[in-house]
Design a protein around this ligand. Structure first.
Ligand code: NAD
Length: 472
């Protein structure tokens, strides 16, 4: 234990984990009916508190419209619950596997067993759904859960804690609140699995801490997700989709299109269409009732620094609409042209409503631009050529991809969600979430009569015959 963590926290966390583990051992394989009922309880509790969550998130952010919270957080959770409830019974069934001839009539199968207690560390940008979505996978897989939400969204965390306390016992699902120090103490706990969603830097620290106890970790990190506008793309449609994906939650989305790669012949048309869409979506500019605030003064200042740094280094900045005049931290959308690699906004994940435009001369150039950088969490491609699409899909490596739109892979319940390399490891959502929080236990059942005895001493001619057969 390092000195800067209050002993009290470590002690309380360990005690909570012990209580959950003891409860797990008393009921180590909740039935499908139990898991479906837990998911339903959660769905009902969330729907009953929907307006309160919308208000809490808006308070935490300084402002976020209820529509945005409903569409970006609550609907995906409800849809995921419905999907898991429909499928969990089927996923829980033992899977029969083939056995080789000489092991017949023995039987092999895989049993998906809950791992035990899962820790979840969540970020602030979608403070409800990024805590609850991993919880859904964990419940479907039959586990107990302790969640540590972000300290930057206290109203939402308190409401989440109160809701989960109302519907689950503390030894089934618990929430602990605190900042980075608590996060570090949390990551040191000997969980059976840890799901971390947040920045790459903190993810690296979490992985190190978890390694001490060999805790398996799912890392859902961030990065710079590229958007490739193919040479044959319909520019107004692509610009509208990029504006949607970039400006939802004012760009504070892990899978937001970070920057655009576009053929140099199309850049001007794209910029014009993007600006038009931004003002159609948000006619009131940054003060528009549907436009979200940057979550804090610190995050707002960072966005301003990104713009100032780019301008100083020769970028051209085109504002799309008015900045916020009503207080808070509302930053108008901006496009940045003439960007270079030394600008901060091309070196760091932007996480705000700023869109750099990078031009290419051939799709191959765009592909090598992406491949020279860390593997991104998401990639977007717009275009109608099957050949180009195939090139992008097979020659770039990223978390997930949406073709001809943005963000939408996230809400496909049947798709895994997760990054690769610097954008994360492991996946959840759908059956992958169920499997990654289950132990796939291979079981072989020997039959009373079998050929195995021929391979045990004393050896004889029958042994030679079996060996010849197996080595054929
Ligand atoms: P963050 O890494 O600062 O914090 C995430 C969580 O980690 C918070 O709960 C925080 O309290 C905790 N934490 C902080 N220091 C810690 C430590 N030393 N040990 C353990 N836990 C610690 O991230 P953030 O600013 O809340 O979120 C933004 C980042 O998250 C962006 O990079 C974004 O791309 C990424 N993100 C990824 C996904 C995804 O699904 N892949 C989703 C949303 C956000």
């Amino acid at each position: 234990m390092t000195a800067h963590v209050p002993v009290k926290d470590d002690f309380l966390l360990s005690a909570l984990l012990s209580r959950q583990r003891a409860a797990f051992l008393r009921d180590a394989h909740p039935s499908a009916a139990q898991r479906r009922s837990d998911l339903l309880k959660l769905k009902r509790a969330l729907l009953a508190r929907r307006p309160r969550f919308e208000a809490a998130i808006s308070k935490d952010f300084g402002y976020r419209s209820a529509y945005e919270t409903r569409i970006m957080e609550i609907i995906p959770i409800i849809q995921a619950i419905n999907y898991l409830r429909r499928n969990v019974r089927k996923w829980m069934r033992p899977e029969r596997r083939r056995v080789s001839l000489h092991f017949l009539p023995g039987r092999a199968s895989v049993i998906y067993q809950p791992v035990g207690v899962v820790g979840i560390v969540a970020p602030w940008n979608y403070p409800l759904s990024l805590a609850v979505m991993p919880l859904l996978s964990a419940i479907a897989a039959g586990n107990r859960v302790i969640i540590k939400p972000s300290e930057l969204t206290p109203a939402t965390s308190d409401l989440l804690k109160a809701m989960l306390r109302d519907i689950f016992s503390e030894d089934q699902v618990a929430v602990v609140t605190g900042g980075p120090e608590l996060g570090a103490a949390f990551s040191r706990l000997p969980f059976d699995h840890l799901v971390f969603t947040g920045s790459t830097n903190v993810g690296r620290m979490v992985l190190k801490e978890a390694a001490e106890n060999l805790v398996p970790v799912t890392l859902e990190l961030g990065g710079k997700s590229p958007t490739v506008i193919g040479p044959d793309a319909d520019i107004p449609t692509a610009a509208a989709s990029v504006a949607y994906g970039k400006l939802a939650n004012a760009g504070q989305t892990c899978i937001a299109p970070d920057y655009v790669l576009i053929h140099e012949k199309d850049a001007a048309a794209f910029v014009a269409s993007y600006g038009e869409t931004a003002t159609t979506f948000y006619p009131g500019g940054a003060d528009d009732q549907n436009y979200t605030s940057i979550a804090s003064a610190r995050h707002y200042a960072r966005q301003r620094t990104l713009l100032e740094d780019a301008e100083k280094k020769g970028a051209r900045i085109i504002g799309c609409g008015k900045d916020g005049a009503s207080g808070g931290h509302k930053l108008a959308p901006a496009i940045v042209l003439n960007v270079t690699d030394d600008m901060m906004l091309m070196r760091e994940e932007i996480f705000g409503p700023i869109l750099p435009i990078v031009t290419y001369r051939s799709l191959d150039d765009a592909i090598s631009y992406i491949n020279r950088r860390p593997r991104p969490l998401a990639l977007y491609y717009f275009g109608s050529s099957g050949e180009d699409r195939q090139k992008i899909l097979t020659r770039t490596i990223s978390g997930n991809v949406t073709v001809n739109d943005t963000l939408m892979h996230y809400v496909q319940n049947a798709l895994p969600f997760g990054g690769i390399g610097m954008s994360g490891m492991g996946a959840y959502h759908g059956i992958e979430g169920f499997k990654s929080l289950s132990h796939a236990k291979g079981v072989f059942e020997q039959s009373r009569w079998n050929l195995g005895g021929l391979l045990r001493p004393p050896f004889n001619r029958a042994t030679d015959w079996v060996i010849r057969y197996l080595l054929r």
